[in-house]
Ligand binder design. Structure first.
Ligand SMILES: Nc1ncnc2c1ncn2[C@@H]1O[C@H](COP(=O)(O)OP(=O)(O)OP(=O)(O)O)[C@@H](O)[C@H]1O
Ligand SMILES: [Mg+2]
Length: 296
């Protein structure tokens, strides 16, 4: 066995696959550059560390279940002047993840809510945090099924474990009673423990109609907004940009687009109501604030 063959066998048994794959190349370069012993060893190990880090990030990205991969660099802020770039720069520091605070992106279709939430999730993953993406509808359907099958607590852990949970498209479909209750339980359980990045086409004032009840909507918003940043996007759909340029965007369609999003007058970072601060335990029975019409 030659020394190179022995080296390859050792690298293989130690699981240093990246160095093993690049061994000849690394040795060739070393023969040319003649680095010091420490420098050569450092290069060798960095090659393995980098490869492992990218493998780990790829796995994390896959686990995150993102619908697509988009970054901040791919976002044209010039197209969406209502977005405060300073706010985005602050979010990119990921302080909100460390503080378990939430990010809520509001706005009409196509303005980049999902793009920005994916970009934030990607940045969090690059920094070593776990993230998980789900649409509100799929999340509630999944947890509803788990509840009916008596395994809600176990399933809930999937949504409580990652430091960043992205809930997309809140409000496109209304939730039934069970959905609203489950959503309340999820938000309560994550409160001050892990961040939620939520996107919605509905302004806060309309959340009563998502949950079918203003009381439960208030209780959910109270927890969501206590530590939060709201990005209120009032702009045109990026999806329609090229169609508009080509003159294919009918004027009538433009006029029927949803009204702009007013800032929430009472909820945003406002004082908390008494008695609403205690986060619930995940294992606790499934309860929610009393819905209006329940006789109390
Ligand atoms: N300002 C932008 N710069 C670059 N690409 C953008 C911008 N805004 C949106 N896009 C792109 O346009 C498409 C639609 O954006 P996105 O899915 O984020 O919209 P949305 O606000 O989530 O809409 P919806 O409410 O319909 O889900 C995506 O491919 C996204 O990458
Ligand atoms: Mg979207």
């Amino acid at each position: 066995m030659t020394p190179i063959e022995r080296l390859q066998t050792s690298l293989g048994s130690l699981g240093l696959k990246a160095v093993e794959a690049r061994l000849e190349n690394l040795l060739e370069q070393a023969a040319k550059k003649e680095p010091g012993y420490a420098e050569f060893l450092d290069e060798l190990l960095s090659c393995e560390v980098d490869a492992r880090r990218s493998r780990y990030l790829r796995a994390r990205l896959q686990l995150a279940h993102l619908p697509f991969l988009k970054t901040f660099e791919q976002f044209d802020f010039g197209f969406q002047p209502s977005i405060d770039e300073k706010q985005i720069r602050e979010l990119r520091t990921l302080r909100f993840v460390h503080e378990a605070s939430n990010v809520i992106l509001l706005g009409p279709p196509g303005v980049g809510k999902t793009h920005l939430s994916v970009a934030l999730a990607e940045a969090a993953i690059q920094s070593g945090f776990g993230a998980y993406f789900m649409t509100a509808h799929d999340l509630v359907t999944d947890l509803g099924r788990a509840y009916r099958e008596g395994r809600l607590d176990r399933r809930m852990r999937v949504y409580l474990a990652p430091k960043v949970l992205i809930i997309d498209e809140m409000g496109y479909l209304p939730l039934d009673d069970l959905g609203a209750t489950i959503f309340f339980q999820l938000v309560s359980a994550r409160y001050e423990r892990g961040s939620i990045i939520l996107t919605s086409n509905k302004s806060y004032g309309d959340w009563g109609s998502i949950f079918g009840d203003p009381i439960i909507a208030t209780a959910i918003l109270d927890r969501l907004l206590h530590h939060s940043t709201t990005i209120n996007i009032r702009g045109e759909s990026y999806r329609l940009k090229d169609r508009r340029k080509a003159g294919l965007f009918p004027r009538a369609e433009e006029e029927t687009r949803p009204a702009p999003f007013p800032s929430p007058p009472t909820f945003q970072n406002g004082p908390r109501r008494q008695g609403s601060a205690a986060p619930r335990k995940t294992g606790a029975p499934l309860t929610a604030p009393v819905r209006s019409g329940d006789g109390s």
